[in-house]
Design a protein around this ligand. Structure first.
Ligand code: PLP
Length: 494
């Protein structure tokens, strides 16, 4: 075998310590089956702290709302509910819900309505419960605003706070245009929206505007944020009293430990596709790239696994950006207007908060001598390949044994489907796995854990457990995700 091309996961101390505890993990899998999802609620509280620090550095306050859709866990939601600050002036935490079920889950997990924002297009049931409980509604369109106002009038409800969602922003004098979106009202139609807000002022309370852009481009987000500030200016001219801008999510996560490994990997992948070295993917799969007569075509369609400016650091960078036409830092503009900053991180808030474990069932070779490792899990349980995230699992042997020699393997799932590969690339491991060992997929809590899992072939869906320890060095403890409540271990930290 040629030199191994590792893509080692970035592991902070808590998940690293857990993966270093085979005597704790193996009995869990024995008891609860494979695959198994593990969530680390206390890591979420740490991540909240880091986002709060960025707010503090810019002297801003507001609300950090977890975008619930990244993970269905109850433990994570309840742990987050416990992070409310004691003083009303500090940056608080909340949750962004995008369905009736998520709203019910958030209410049941301890979030009061003042900490919940309902986003996305809403069906009448979702809208009714949102209106009845009085959560903030990020209204998606003028029609939705009218429907909400009608519900409030019909049921005699208190005014509902609204944060209309805008999209498709342009910056005057620049060529930056934010992409088209299925969601929100185009910023060019903000006036119509404000007319409607005024018309229904007895039913809805205009608290500000929101956006969420599914992009990593800072410049696009700076354009959007500035455009929102201008809409708020206009709303004040009309006598409205906005308090907040909600800048959505999309802060990203850094999945890889080592940027050099990432560089080397992508270089070797292109060499392999051009036939300049032996293949490192199944059937020459190119993740969007292909070699044609010695030329590389297409574009690499994978998540940028190594992303040092992610999560809280990304927010920091965004706030430091100069507004494209107002020519001042965005944080300064927010501060001068005394606006609250609302953020909705999904992936970034559950960074390092979860691990997916799968048992090795079989290790064999194809006729061509390619080593195959079949796992008791499938590509829907571990959605890495589907999302184009290239990162190695960690081998957790059943019994301690010496390391080495390294192997390159393909990871197969448990569905009777040719396409059920957990990795379409050769995954290099420091030692050959054996049946009964575990492969641990790190950092799966954001979208890779339960977003796509289903019961195909009557295979079990992973159970989910919450893992925590008392104090820093105490022994690990676990419970089923739905049995976790913060009083089990969380201190009085916020
Ligand atoms: C999905 C979503 C988010 C979270 O996005 P991430 O990329 O996970 O941070 C935030 N807000 C809205 C409205 C969303 O739909």
């Amino acid at each position: 075998m040629s030199e191994p091309l590792y893509l080692a996961p970035r592991l902070e101390s808590r998940p690293a310590a857990l993966l270093d505890s085979p005597a704790f993990l193996h009995p869990l899998i024995t008891a609860l089956g494979s695959p198994l999802n593990v969530v680390l609620p206390d890591q979420l509280a740490d991540n909240v702290r880091r986002f709060r620090d960025v707010y503090a550095r810019h002297r801003l306050t507001g609300r950090i709302c977890f975008a619930h859709k990244a993970n269905r866990s109850s433990a994570l939601v309840r742990r987050l509910a416990a992070t409310a600050p004691a003083t009303a002036t500090a940056t608080t935490t909340g949750i962004d819900v995008a369905s009736l079920g998520e709203l019910q889950h958030a209410l049941g997990g301890g979030f009061t309505p003042d900490r919940i924002v309902a986003t996305g297009p809403k069906d009448p049931d979702f809208l009714w419960l949102a209106a009845r409980t009085g959560v903030t509604v990020a209204v998606d369109s003028p029609a939705e605003l009218a429907a909400l106002a009608a519900l409030v009038e019909r049921f005699g409800l208190p005014r509902v706070p609204v944060l209309p969602r805008l999209s498709e922003f342009t910056a005057p004098g620049t060529r930056i245009l934010t992409r088209r979106s299925r969601f929100g009202t185009p910023a060019a139609e903000a006036d119509t929206l404000l007319d409607l807000v005024e018309k229904h002022h007895g039913s809805v309370e205009f608290t500000g505007v929101s956006y969420h852009l599914d992009t990593m481009a800072l410049a696009e987000k700076a354009v959007a944020l500035e455009a929102c500030l201008k809409v708020l200016d206009e709303s004040r001219r009309r006598g409205l009293r906005p308090r907040a801008v909600d800048i959505g999510g999309g802060y990203g996560a850094d999945y890889l430990a080592d940027g050099d490994q990432w560089e080397r990997y992508t270089t070797e992948l292109t060499r392999a596709l051009l036939g300049r070295r032996e293949p490192i993917t199944w059937e020459g799969h190119g993740y969007g790239l292909r070699g044609e007569n010695g030329t590389l075509r297409g574009a690499l369609g994978v998540y940028p696994g190594h992303r040092p400016v992610a999560g809280p650091r990304y927010l920091d960078e965004l706030l430091t950006q100069t507004a494209p036409s107002l020519a001042r830092p965005l944080a300064t503009l927010l501060l001068e207007n005394l606006y609250d900053l609302h953020t909705e991180p999904g992936r970034a808030l559950v960074d390092q908060c979860g691990i997916t474990l799968a048992r090795v069932v079989e290790v064999r070779e194809t006729a061509a001598g390619e080593p195959l490792v079949r796992l008791a899990a499938n590509a829907r349980d571990v959605g890495l390949e589907d999302h184009g995230l290239l990162v190695d699992p960690v081998l957790v042997p059943r019994e301690p044994r010496g390391e080495g020699p390294p192997v390159g393997v393909y990871l197969l799932g448990n569905l009777c489907l040719e396409s059920d590969l957990i990795s379409r690339r050769t995954v290099f491991l420091p030692s050959a796995p054996r049946p009964g060992d575990l492969l641990a997929f790190a950092n799966t809590a954001g979208y890779f854990m339960d977003f796509t899992a289903d019961h195909a072939l009557h295979q079990p869906i992973a159970r989910k457990v919450a893992v925590y320890r008392d104090g820093d060095g105490g022994p690990w403890a676990w419970c089923l995700d739905e049995q976790y409540w913060p009083h089990l271990n969380a201190g009085d930290d916020q």
